[in-house]
Write a protein that binds this ligand. Structure first.
Ligand SMILES: *Cc1c(COP(=O)(O)O)cnc(C)c1O
Length: 433
């Protein structure tokens, strides 16, 4: 391969990606877009450095400014989540979860979580499934935990509290993981925590998806509801760099989590991302309440509009959603085909298992649902009126059978008015660099 040709090819592919996303509707619920300021921090020299260990106890020189930035990041996160202790070193949500597994459990212990098919995340998954098939989830494959499942109420798309508590009493888990990747509604955290206390079980809330809504004060508040710790990704509804964090109010827990992260799981902890997280946290402090409110309002508006356009949106009896997510039941077309058709119309979503899919013989390859998120469109400044326009695009592609490429032209037209990242001190172009 000609090195210079390949070098230039990388940039031309990135440019193509940027211009594609600049005329698309990025609606993957786990994604967002960062401000130009956050992207500037990501490109800084911090990304070339090491700062192993804790601020003030580093095992490398050259970190005096890095230390100050990391302290700022921790203090800002403490303020956002109203907690005493924050570790901003986990380089992702999975690593944050792994730090909690390492701190709170031993290999062979029982952990309980929702199954992946009902909104749990692969990082909470077992090594093998009920028929012995390989799954390879982080909890089972990496920490050697025996994963048992909380019960789920398909009708209300939430944890079934009574059944889950009965299962907890039987399994006596060391740890329960709440939160999830499909999360439409606040979970019954207080009830689970209360049952856990009497069993000596610890509870972590995985806020990977909803951290930005929690920071904005518009979702549940798991720390106030009594969980022992909360893990998160910092790039889903929390519009920061791809990174992770753990927060807790318990000093003893925190000492264990710190040690799990270093020397356990991390050497370099991506200092450019820590700086970017500090910047994103300032934006979240200044604009987060309005942002979180707007995200949830848009999700509700989109769900209602999709329903009005004739699409099958579960949980009408609960107002469809209280988060940034909307689920679509597209079992007639199939999730795989729906995802591909929408992609051709420049609407980027992911296919997703619905809670009843496995029972109906479907698999993750062609599930019955589509998971949709509105965080990124909200950050681009779209509101409820645009959600109605977006719902019409879905109808044209999924119900009317219109040529997706034709719809893509109208998608690009809508995007022309929404090119700038909002909820930031410096508003600037969303894609490109
Ligand atoms: C996305 C997600 C994670 C993983 O986060 P990464 O930052 O991608 O490692 C963990 N838990 C849940 C519930 C998630 O949705």
């Amino acid at each position: 391969m000609d090195p210079k040709e390949a070098h230039d090819r990388v940039f031309s592919l990135m440019e193509k990606h940027h211009s594609w996303f600049d005329s698309s509707l990025p609606m993957i619920a786990s994604e967002n877009v960062t401000s130009p300021a956050v992207r500037r921090a990501l490109m800084s020299d911090f990304g070339h450095r090491y700062a192993e260990g804790w601020v003030g106890e580093r095992v490398y020189a050259g970190t005096k400014y890095i230390d100050e930035v990391e302290s700022l990041a921790m203090n800002l996160m403490k303020e956002l989540f109203r907690v005493k202790y924050v570790d901003v070193r986990p380089i992702s949500g999975v690593v944050a979860n792994l730090s909690v597994y390492t701190a709170f459990t031993q290999p062979g212990d029982v952990m309980m979580a929702l199954p992946i098919t009902k909104g749990g995340h692969i990082s909470m998954g077992p090594l093998t499934g009920s028929k012995g098939q390989f799954i390879g989830g982080t909890a089972g494959a990496v920490r050697g935990l025996k994963v048992k499942y909380l019960a789920f109420d398909d009708e209300n798309m939430n944890i079934d509290v009574d059944k889950s508590i009965r299962r907890m009493e039987k399994e006596k888990p060391k740890l329960v993981m709440l939160g999830g990747s499909v999360i439409l509604f606040p979970q019954p955290v207080r009830e689970i925590v209360e049952a856990a206390r009497s069993l000596g079980t610890l509870v972590n809330y995985d806020a990977a998806h909803v951290a930005g809504l929690i920071a904005g004060g518009k979702f549940q508040d798991p720390i106030r509801e009594g969980v022992d710790s909360m893990t998160m990704s910092t790039h889903k509804t929390f519009f920061g760099p791809q990174h992770g964090a753990v927060v807790t109010d318990n000093e003893e827990h925190f000492e264990k989590i710190k040690r799990a992260n270093f020397p356990g799981l991390l050497s370099n902890h991506h200092l450019n991302a820590v700086a970017a997280l500090a910047v994103a946290s300032t934006e979240m402090l200044a604009f987060g309440r309005k942002y979180a409110e707007d995200v949830i309002r848009n999700a509700k508006a989109l769900a209602q509009a999709l329903h009005d356009q004739g699409l099958n949106v579960p949980c009408e009896h609960l107002g469809f959603t209280e988060s940034h997510q909307v689920l679509l039941d597209v079992h007639e077309i199939g999730g795989y085909k729906a995802e591909k058709l929408l992609e051709r119309a420049n609407i980027v979503v992911n296919r997703n298992l619905l809670p009843w899919d496995i029972k109906r013989g479907r698999s993750f390859k062609d599930p019955g649902g589509i998971r949709v998120g509105v965080s990124e469109l909200t950050r681009l400044g779209m509101g409820p009126d645009e959600m109605e326009e977006v719902a019409k695009f879905y109808r044209r592609v999924l119900l009317d059978g219109e040529e997706p490429e034709k719809v893509a032209k109208d998608v690009a037209k809508l995007r022309e008015r929404f090119k700038v990242v909002k909820y930031a001190f410096e508003e600037g172009p969303a894609y490109g660099h």
